[in-house]
Design a protein around this ligand. Structure first.
Ligand code: AKB
Length: 315
C-alpha cells in the first residue's frame, strides 16, 4: 500500500505496541512501519524490526534521519506496579524517552507524535466517580507522576514549538495476544488465563475495587482515530480521558462464571491495592466523544466473550 507516512514505533513488542503495529502495517504498508524495541518479541513475523534502546538518543536520532520518519509512537514505559519496585529507573525510562523524542521531533520536523498517558495520572484527591477531563491531579506512584509530568511536557512542546503531540489517558487494557507487564490492572488479564488453566484465580485486588477498563481493540481504534483526526479537532493537548467500562474483580468473576460455572475466585491483596485505591473508579470521557467522535464498542459481556473464545485454544 502506498503511504506518505514513515512511522516509527518505540516499544513495539508490548501489549499496545504489538497490536498497534499490526494495524499500522495494514494501513500504511510493511515498509513504512519501523518497529523497534530492546528485544524482538515476534521473530517469525514478517515486518521491519530493529533492536533499539529507547534511552539511546543517538540511535533513535539516526533512525529518525535515515528513515525520514514523519510519525512517532512512543510506547516504551515502566507501568505502575513495576515502577514502584525501582522508582528511579521508572522515572528515567518514562521521562528521558519522552523528552528525547519531543526534542528530536522538533529538530527533525516530525509531523506527529503519540505518547500514552493513563488513569494513573490521577491521584487520591481526584474525584473518584466520572472523573472529569480537568480535575485536581495528585498521583502518588512514580508511574503516575511521570504520566502527569509527561502530559504537561506534551502540552508545552505543542504550545512552544507547535509540535503535534497527541495523547490518551488509557484505562486498564485487556488483551489476549500479548500480555501486559507490571501494571495494577493486570489482574483483569491474568484471571482469564487462570480460569481456563486452573479453574480458579487469586486476585491481588479487593473484590469491590472498581477500575476503568477497556478491550484492546477499542484502545487501538481510539489511538488510530485520535492520530487521524484533523488537528483542529484535537483540543486537549495534555491528554484525553478515555473510557469504555468499569468493573470490580467480583463483577468480572461473575461474568466469567456465567460462561465457566465452576470457576472460583479468592482474594489476597498486596501493595497493588493501595495503587488501585488511589485511582478513579470511572472516567468521564465526554471531551474525546465531543472533539473527535470517540465511541467504545466493547462492554463487559463482549470483552469476556472475546477473551474466553480467543484464549480457549491457546491456554
Ligand atoms: C497499570 O495498571 O499500570 C496500567 C495503567 C492503568 O496505566 N495498566
Amino acid at each position: 500500500m502506498a503511504s506518505n507516512e514513515r512511522i516509527l514505533i518505540l516499544g513495539s513488542e508490548g501489549q499496545l505496541g504489538s497490536e498497534l503495529s499490526a494495524q499500522l502495517q495494514q494501513r500504511h504498508g510493511l515498509q513504512n512501519v519501523i518497529c523497534t524495541d530492546i528485544r524482538n518479541g515476534h521473530p517469525n513475523t514478517e515486518r521491519r524490526f530493529m533492536e533499539l534502546d529507547v534511552l539511546n538518543a543517538d540511535a533513535v536520532e539516526q533512525v529518525i534521519i535515515s528513515e525520514n520518519v514523519t510519525t512517532i509512537y512512543l510506547l516504551a514505559a515502566v507501568l505502575s506496579a513495576k515502577g514502584e519496585t525501582n522508582p528511579m529507573f521508572a522515572w528515567k525510562l518514562n521521562m528521558d524517552s519522552l523528552l528525547q523524542v519531543l526534542q528530536l521531533s522538533v529538530k527533525h520536523k516530525v509531523n506527529r507524535v503519540f505518547w500514552p498517558s493513563s488513569i494513573a495520572a490521577f491521584g487520591p484527591t481526584t474525584p473518584k466517580t466520572d472523573t472529569p477531563q480537568h480535575p485536581y491531579m495528585d498521583p502518588n506512584t512514580v508511574y503516575g507522576v511521570s504520566k502527569l509530568s509527561g502530559e504537561l511536557w506534551c502540552q508545552y512542546f505543542f504550545t512552544r514549538y507547535g509540535l503535534d503531540v497527541r495523547s490518551l489517558r488509557y484505562p486498564g487494557i485487556i488483551s489476549w495476544k500479548t500480555p501486559p507487564g507490571g501494571g495494577t490492572t493486570d489482574y483483569a488479564v491474568e484471571i482469564f488465563h487462570e480460569a481456563l488453566k486452573k479453574g480458579s484465580y487469586e486476585s491481588f485486588l479487593h473484590a469491590q475495587t472498581s477500575l476503568p477498563m477497556m478491550f484492546i481493540d477499542d484502545a487501538i481504534r481510539a489511538t488510530l482515530e485520535l492520530m487521524e483526526a484533523p488537528a483542529e479537532k484535537v483540543k486537549e493537548r495534555t491528554s484525553y480521558n478515555l473510557a469504555a467500562m468499569s468493573f470490580t474483580p467480583a463483577e468480572l468473576a461473575e461474568a466469567i462464571q456465567k460462561r465457566l460455572p465452576n470457576f472460583t475466585i479468592g482474594y489476597k491483596t498486596d501493595f497493588r491495592q493501595a495503587i488501585a485505591d488511589s485511582w478513579p473508579g470511572s472516567i468521564d470521557d465526554s471531551a474525546a466523544r465531543r472533539d473527535w467522535g470517540w465511541q467504545h464498542r466493547f462492554d463487559l459481556d463482549a470483552l469476556v466473550d472475546e477473551m474466553l473464545n480467543n484464549l480457549r485454544n491457546r491456554v
